[in-house]
Design a protein around this ligand. Structure first.
Ligand SMILES: Cc1cc2nc3c(=O)[nH]c(=O)nc-3n(C[C@H](O)[C@H](O)[C@H](O)COP(=O)(O)OP(=O)(O)OC[C@H]3O[C@@H](n4cnc5c(N)ncnc54)[C@H](O)[C@@H]3O)c2cc1C
Length: 443
């Protein structure tokens, strides 16, 4: 078996021996075909099978489970959906922002519940999240968000001044931080593989190395072409997030945008002492193009973000960008000068899904309710996409529930223009976000 996935992230390289499920070989007929074996696809299959064990549910995965963003992310299970409370509030209003936040809170708890219920070995910890301000503009923005949260009756966000922040994690760059206890950290590859095992034990069929090359909705059944067999299904779920760009039906709903990560060697006790960080919180800064960083179970420092790249035509294989890797290493040392000699041992990247209005979308494709999709996590899908399976279950089973009433379910997604306009639009958005970051950094 090729172990091509191992180069896609530290997690996928080190999560231990992996036995792939065999590819689909021959034609088959199922009740529900789920395209994509990430958090969303596995969670959808899991909740469908639990809801109705008589259903035949098959997950069709291009490479291996966790090959996409789910096996490459930083592992922050967080309350945030979309880009920020403020951006969501401007676009959708305060009531809906509160609804999204409440869902995010539940989604973070849900990760812990899955870990407990299924004894998933995924280095789970719940150290909370510090969103740090590294200039006055960011500090103002974070404090404004805390006020907004209070207006929304969102509890649990607190402002730490510079000395309190630096007592937690000692970076000379910090002017203060927003503290939120509701954030867990996981090893995402171990988690998604653990959930795959749970789904398979329940009777879900998982076919790896089974890319869906074509989707044809016939009158009697939906047809999915894979290299060695055709699947006929009554219902189909596209759990392909950024990879949705491969399907003409979803192509115009989102930009696949790459974010990158560098990972150090394990820090020595001396290096750990120099930066504090005894409580191991997840950390983000408050830039638009954020930095996100955390410690791994073996005390490596994972440092990601800094830029976000949409490439012309939306290719999905741009997971290495030497210029961004260099910038990340520079920014890591700026944040923690005491780590100036630390060695970088892993570098990787992956695509996140960004709709025009920076907010997730799920729903039916077409009026007959036979096809459902999920995309648009904007880099915040660890908690959310593992709860998403419950939403997708209700859509597939055509059950009206509190989950199908959520405002991002069956919402209108602003269509993106075709290339070259799409690229120009992506660059304009990125330039605007960068300009605000640069402006705040100068002040
Ligand atoms: C570098 C990075 C860091 C991130 N950090 C965080 C974080 O710390 N916290 C957070 O909340 N979010 C984070 N995210 C976002 C988060 O990982 C995603 O939102 C989430 O994993 C999306 O899950 P998904 O199942 O919807 O999509 P994916 O995990 O991308 O799954 C889609 C699957 O579809 C498969 N596929 C594609 N095409 C086909 C086809 N034709 N046929 C069959 N299968 C196909 C892919 O191989 C893939 O496995 C990060 C993302 C990246 C890339």
């Amino acid at each position: 078996m090729p172990r091509d996935y191992e180069e896609k992230s530290f997690w996928l390289a080190t999560a231990g021996p992996y036995r792939e499920s065999p590819p689909l070989d021959g034609d088959t007929k199922v009740d529900v075909a789920v395209v994509g074996g990430g958090f969303c696809g596995i969670s959808t299959a899991h909740y469908l099978k639990r809801a109705d064990p008589s259903l035949r549910v098959a997950v069709l995965e291009d490479r291996v489970v966790g090959y996409g963003a789910s096996g490459r992310n930083a592992g922050f299970a967080m309350t945030l959906m979309g880009m920020s409370l403020e951006v969501t509030s401007l676009r959708f209003g305060k009531q809906k922002t509160k609804q999204a936040y409440d869902f995010g809170r539940r989604a973070v708890d849900h990760i812990g519940q899955l870990v407990d219920a299924h004894a998933i070995d995924c280095d789970y910890e719940k150290p909370g999240l510090l969103t740090v301000a590294t200039n006055k503009g960011q500090a103002k923005r974070l404090q404004h968000e805390i006020h907004l949260a209070e207006e929304l009756d969102v509890q649990g966000l607190e402002w730490f001044d510079a000395s309190r922040t630096r007592a937690e994690v000692d970076s000379p760059a910090y002017l203060g931080a927003r503290w939120e206890a509701q954030c867990a950290l996981i090893n995402p590859a171990k988690f998604v593989r653990g959930m795959k095992d749970v789904a398979v034990a329940d009777g879900v069929e998982v076919y790896e190395r089974t890319p869906v090359m074509e989707f044809r909705p016939g009158k009697k059944s939906l047809k999915l072409e894979t290299p060695r067999g055709r699947v006929k299904a009554d219902k189909v779920v596209f759990a392909t997030n950024a990879f949705s760009t491969r399907f003409p039906q979803l192509h115009g709903k989102q930009f696949p945008v790459f974010t990158y990560i560098v990972l150090t060697e394990p820090l020595s006790a001396g290096q750990r002492d120099a930066i504090g960080w005894r409580n191991r919180q997840g950390i983000e800064d408050a830039r638009n193009l954020i930095h996100y960083y955390r410690l791994t179970a073996d005390d490596r420092l994972l440092f990601g973000g800094s830029d976000a790249m949409y490439y012309f035509g939306g290719p999905l294989d741009r997971d290495r960008n030497p210029a961004v890797f260099r910038r990340l290493q520079r920014d890591l040392v700026r944040t923690f000068p005491a780590l100036k000699d630390v060695r970088i041992e892993y570098r990787w990247g992956g695509p996140v899904s960004v709709p025009m209005d920076f907010f997730p979308a799920m729903g039916y494709l077409g009026k007959d309710r036979r096809v459902a999709y999920s995309l648009g996590c904007v880099g915040h899908g660890v908690a959310m996409m593992n709860m998403a399976g419950q939403i997708m279950r209700d859509l597939v089973l055509e059950r009206e529930s509190d989950l199908t009433q959520l405002f991002w379910v069956n919402r209108r997604v602003i269509p993106l223009p075709p290339e070259p306009l799409r690229f120009a639009l992506g660059e304009t958005l990125r330039a605007a976000l960068k300009a605000q970051d640069a402006w705040e950094a100068r002040a």
